[in-house]
Design a protein around this ligand. Structure first.
Ligand code: TEU
Ligand code: CA
Length: 549
C-alpha cells in the first residue's frame, strides 16, 4: 500500500515457497499445504518474515498452477481451504506474513469463463477473452507465444482465434472489459478479507494489450515482449483503478512481476506518488544471458555487466520507489549454479550470494532450497522433465531436426525444472520430501546436500543464512542505507558501501575461483561477517565475502 508511514515490507525478508516441491504430507508425491504447516518451525528458524506462496488454486496444471480454473478454490492436491486458513493463522502467530500469487493476465482454458466464452460469438462471456478473425488463412498476427508457437489458437466452434501469450491452455483475459476487472477485484477482496498480506502479481506488465494487434517486424520472442506485449497503453490506468478499488483499502504489500519492465519505466509502476504497486521483481538480470532467441540461446555474461545492471537499477529507483532483490525463483536456474560455483566452491559461493541478497538495498527474496545451497539438476533423459516450456523446447528442436544433445545441455543450465526438484530435507529415500514417488525426481545430490545435514553442521550454508538474516534485521544501514558500487570496473570483485547517517558498512565479494587483492586505498574496520574463518587483510580468497565496518 502506498503513502503509508510504516512500510513494514521494506524491512521484510521474503522467502518463496513453490508448494509442489516443498513438502509432501500424504505420500502422493506432491507437496501440499499440510506439508508446509508441518515445516513451519523450519521456516520460522530462517529469520524470514514474508512468504510468497506459489499458486495453490484449482488448476489443470498445464503450467503448474499458473493456469487457474477456479480462483476461489484450493486445488485438492494441495489440500483444503481449512488447511489454507490454518497455514495463514499459524504463520501470523509467528509474525510471518503471507502473500499469494495473483495470476490474472490469463486463466485456464478450463475456467468456466472460458468454457462459456468459446461456445458462441454472442455468449455473455465472449468478451472475457480476446477473440479475433484470422488473416489470410492464418492467425490474426505473427506474435509468438512464450511457450508454444503462435500466440493465437484457432477454435473451430466459432471459426475464430483466441490470444494466449503463454500456452494454448492459458487464454489471455480481456482487461478492456470492465466486468472482467470487477470480477478480478472481487476475487482479490475475497483473499484479502481472509487476511492474506498481499500479492505477487504474475506478468502484470502484460495485462493491457495493443489492440491493433499489428504484426511485429521482428519474429523473435524477446523483441515482441519488449515492443508489443508489455507496458500496453492502459496498464497504468488499470493498476491505478485496482489500487483505488482494492489495494489501498488494506495494509498489504504488492510485488509486480513481468518482462518488459525496464529500469526506465519501473518507477511508473512503483513510484511513491503513483498509487500502483509497491515493488517489482525486475527480470532484466534473469534475461541478461538470453541471446536473441531467448533463454535456450545462452550467451556469456561478465561480472561487469552484472554489477552495472544492479547498480543502474538501484540508481534508477533511488528513494523514489523501492527495489526487490532476488537471484533465483521457480522460473530460473539455481543461483549457486548460475552466479556461483556449484562444484568446488559451492559452500563458499552460496554463502557469498546469500550475503549479497541480504546486504543490498531493497527487499530480498530467497527461493526455497537456496538457503542450503541446492543446485541445478542434470537429468540425462528427456522423460524426467516436467516443465511445459522444456518439453515444448525439446519438441521444437526435434521438429527442426536440430541437435538434441545441445538442447539437453541448454536445459541443464537454463531449464525451469532445475529449481523445481523437491526440497532435500534429509538423506532418507526421496530426501524426506515424500513417502511416495515425487512428481519430479529429486536431485541425486540430496544425500550430501540436505537440511538435516546442514542443521548439524555449524559451518553450513544454512547456519550462515540464519546468522545473515539476523544481521540484516539488526543493522538498519543494510535496510535503507545508500548503496554505492565502489569498483564498477573490477572484473572479479564486487565491493560496495551502504551508508546512512554516520553509519557505514562495506561489502566485499569475490566472484571468482582465484585470490583477489583488496584495493589498498580501502580503509576497512572490523570484519562483521564473512564466509571464511580467517581473513587476510591484503586479499580475498576464492568466493570470499566480507562485511566490514
Ligand atoms: O513468468 C513470467 C515470465 O516472465 C516468463 O516469461 C518467464 O520469463 C519464463 O518462465 C522464463 O522461462 C510467470 C510465472 O512466474 C511462470 O512460472 C509462468 O509460467 C508464467 O508467468 C505464465 O503464467
Ligand atoms: Ca501431497
Amino acid at each position: 500500500m502506498q503513502n503509508q508511514e510504516n512500510q513494514w515490507w521494506k524491512k521484510s525478508i521474503m522467502y518463496q515457497i513453490y508448494p509442489r516441491s516443498f513438502q509432501d504430507s500424504n505420500g502422493d508425491g506432491i507437496g501440499d499445504l499440510r506439508g508446509i504447516i508441518n515445516r513451519i518451525d523450519y521456516i520460522a528458524s530462517l529469520g524470514v518474515d514474508l512468504i510468497w506462496l506459489g499458486p495453490v488454486y484449482e488448476s489443470p496444471n498445464d503450467d503448474n498452477g499458473y493456469d487457474i480454473s477456479d480462483y476461489y478454490k484450493i486445488h485438492p492436491e494441495f489440500g483444503t481451504m481449512v488447511d489454507f486458513d490454518e497455514l495463514l493463522e499459524k504463520l501470523h502467530a509467528r509474525g510471518i506474513k503471507l502473500i499469494m500469487d495473483l495470476v490474472v493476465n490469463h486463466s485456464s482454458d478450463e475456467h468456466a469463463w472460458f468454457e462459456e466464452s468459446r461456445k458462441s460469438k454472442d455468449n455473455p462471456y465472449r468478451d472475457y477473452y480476446y477473440w479475433r478473425d484470422g488473416k489470410n488463412g492464418g492467425p490474426p498476427n505473427n506474435w509468438t507465444s512464450f511457450f508454444e508457437g503462435s500466440a493465437w489458437k484457432y477454435d473451430e466452434q466459432t471459426d475464430q482465434y483466441y490470444l494466449h501469450l503463454f500456452t494454448t491452455k492459458q487464454p489471455d483475459l480481456n482487461w478492456e472489459n470492465p466486468v472482467v476487472r470487477e470480477e478480478i477485484y472481487k476475487m482479490m477482496r475475497f483473499w484479502l478479507d481472509k487476511g492474506v498480506d498481499g500479492f505477487r502479481m504474475d506478468v502484470i506488465s502484460l495485462i493491457s494489450k495493443r489492440l491493433e494487434f499489428e504484426d511485429s517486424p521482428v519474429e523473435t520472442l524477446m523483441h515482441q515482449v519488449y515492443n508489443y506485449f508489455s507496458n500496453g497503453p492502459r496498464i497504468h490506468e488499470f493498476l491505478k483503478e485496482m489500487n483505488r478499488e482494492v489495494l489501498s483499502k488494506y495494509d498489504i504489500v504488492t510485488v509486480g512481476e513481468g518482462p518488459g519492465i525496464t529500469k526506465n519505466v519501473a518507477l511508473d509502476y512503483i513510484g511513491k506518488d503513483r498509487n500502483e504497486l509497491d515493488m517489482i521483481f525486475q527480470l532484466d538480470l534473469m534475461f541478461l544471458d538470453n541471446g536473441p532467441s531467448g533463454k535456450f540461446d545462452r550467451r556469456p555474461v561478465s561480472m561487469l555487466e552484472f554489477k552495472k545492471l544492479m547498480t543502474d537499477w538501484n540508481n534508477a529507483i533511488g528513494d523514489r520507489g523501492w527495489n526487490n532483490i532476488f537471484l533465483d525463483n521457480h522460473d530460473f536456474p539455481r543461483m549457486v549454479s548460475r552466479f556461483g560455483n556449484d562444484g568446488k566452491y559451492r559452500i563458499e559461493s552460496a554463502k557469498l550470494l546469500l550475503t549479497y541478497l541480504l546486504t543490498m538495498r531493497g527487499t530480498p527474496c530467497i527461493y526455497q532450497g537456496s538457503e542450503i545451497g541446492m543446485t541445478n539438476v542434470k537429468f540425462t533423459s528427456e522423460d524426467d522433465y516436467r516443465d511445459v516450456e522444456t518439453i515444448n523446447y525439446f519438441e521444437q528442436v526435434r521438429a527442426e531436426g536440430k541437435d538434441l544433445n545441445h538442447a539437453l545441455d541448454m536445459v541443464h543450465t537454463q531449464g525451469r525444472d532445475n529449481v523445481r526438484t523437491p526440497i532435500q530435507w534429509d538423506n532418507s529415500q526421496q530426501g524426506g520430501f515424500s513417502e511416495g514417488q515425487p512428481w519430479i525426481k529429486i536431485n541425486p545430490n540430496y544425500t550430501g546436500i540436505n537440511v538435516e545435514a546442514a542443521d548439524k553442521d555449524k559451518t553450513s550454508i544454512l547456519h550462515f543464512f540464519r546468522k545473515m538474516t539476523a544481521f540484516r534485521k539488526s543493522n538498519v544501514v543494510l535496510q535503507d542505507g545508500d548503496y554505492v558500487d565502489l569498483y564498477p570496473d573490477h572484473e572479479a570483485l564486487y565491493i560496495f558501501s551502504r551508508e546512512a547517517g554516520n553509519e557505514k558498512v562495506y561489502v566485499l565479494l569475490n566472484f571468482s575461483d582465484d585470490d583477489q587483492v583488496i584495493p589498498a586505498e580501502l580503509k576497512l574496520g572490523d570484519v562483521l561477517m564473512s564466509n571464511y574463518e580467517d581473513n587476510d587483510v591484503l586479499k580475498l580468497l576464492p568466493w570470499e565475502c566480507r562485511v566490514c565496518s
